[in-house]
Ligand binder design. Sequence first.
Ligand code: FES
Length: 340
Amino acid sequence: MTYQVVLNFEDGVSRVISCDDDEKVTDAAFRHKINLPMDCRDGVCGTCKCKVGGGDYEMEFYLEDEAMTEEEEEQGFALLCQTTVSSDAVFNVLASSEACKTAAQKIGGEVIAADALSDTSFNLRVKLDQPMGFLPGQYVNVSIPGTGETRSYSFSSKPGSYEATFLIRNLEGGVMSSYLAERAAAGDKVNLTGPMGIFYLRQITRPQLWLAGGTGLAPFLSMLEKVADEGTDQPITLYYAVTRAADLVELERVEQLAEKIGTVTVVTILAAEQDEHELKGYVTDHLTEQEMNGGDIDAYLCGPPPMVDAVSAHFKALGVEPAQFYYEKFNPSEPKAEAA
Ligand code: FES
């Protein structure tokens, strides 16, 4: 059996490789021309130590205290020269991609369509020359035809397919926005470089609280696609907060995916005073202690920096912190800013 293994490097670059169930991860990486840090290959030196990001794996042997301590094993460290996988898995390599003689993958493609979903957002669809592996939530750099420039966007599509989609905010005067609004045509050539980023969906083992601000919905669309394929018993609550009613895009797709999964509750919130809506204001006006499930939740947030700061402060004010809190702050005028 062959699994997908994601290697996340310290500089934010990710590589997705195939790994057979009887193959050590370092050997699989080498087959993909990635030189992971390695010395003894026997579980003795500890050079290949990494932090496990998810998945089922087994380690054959390690020399206790010399290569790794029992405590480190409990904390989720592994020696990749001794590790085989029995599911798709993620490993955070303690070195840069450059040190491992690899780099982000570059895949060409062509524009299928650039549809305006509202006056504030576009859906860019790209047909790729080959599918790109990534973790739902990650982003790529997308070249902007005719400009020599790139911008970073989270995939809103599922990993590994020939069609990649992106939910893009329409920024007045923005290089990508101008291209999409004025010149984009089917067949335009684009390059995708990536995937990148540490904001991605981990294995779902407890209730999920997903918070999307505006086009910060994009990574959650990709996550919903993945969960719709794989299923989950855990409840997922998705708060989708926007400024105006017109900004509430892709809702039909969200609801279709939610229905398919069967455990998803979608809550929409509008900030603008002039627009009628059941829930008005901000996420923090509606997120109560009840949703926090006593802290036994994984929280994911993708939105502008003030939203991340407000939600972090809100968790403190409620007196309940989520078991895990992953966020991506995006400033729509800048490339990807900060993630945790
Ligand atoms: Fe020495 Fe893995 S390379 S423990």
